[in-house]
Design a protein around this ligand. Structure first.
Ligand SMILES: [Cu+2]
Length: 145
């Protein structure tokens, strides 16, 4: 009798644990699907030296080297004191020292800034360097000494 009751009880607890994990995972997935880019470093408003390490973060999209256009993938771009933002569908200019492409899938770089306040914009774009627009953009301001 004890044996017959024992197994269903074990299964009940096992399934409660399972359901709990499923809910936790679902929450994690929803969180990771919120698509955005962000500066890990430097922080908005930071006072920096003239050499600045930039760490670029992305959530809800996958970093892929430039080349093929695959949905929800792309690479980082760093716009330094850019006067114009790039809307959805606009290509990030090439050959400009104000528009840096990280087409190998890099997530960090070192830039030089003249003394003064500068605007840094992270812009995620697809494998053909076409901007994902405002939802995948983050702008901060830093002051170089
Ligand atoms: Cu690019």
């Amino acid at each position: 009798m004890k044996l017959k009751l024992g197994l269903p009880m074990v299964m009940l607890f096992a399934s409660i644990g399972y359901a709990h994990n499923v809910l936790a995972n679902d929450h994690e997935i929803k969180k990771s699907l919120e698509q955005r880019v962000y500066f890990i470093e430097p922080k908005d408003g930071a006072v920096v030296g003239n050499e600045v390490k930039v760490l670029m973060g992305v959530q809800g999209m996958e970093i892929k080297p430039a080349g093929n256009v695959v949905e929800n993938t792309g690479h980082h771009h760093l716009l330094i004191d850019a006067s114009q933002q790039l809307n959805v569908g606009e290509a990030v200019p090439t050959g400009s020292d104000k528009h840096l492409h990280f087409g190998k899938g890099q997530t960090e770089t070192l830039i030089k800034l003249a003394p003064g306040t500068h605007t840094l914009t992270l812009q995620f774009a697809n494998g053909a360097h076409v901007s994902y627009g405002e939802k995948m953009r983050s702008t901060i301001s830093v002051t170089a000494k």
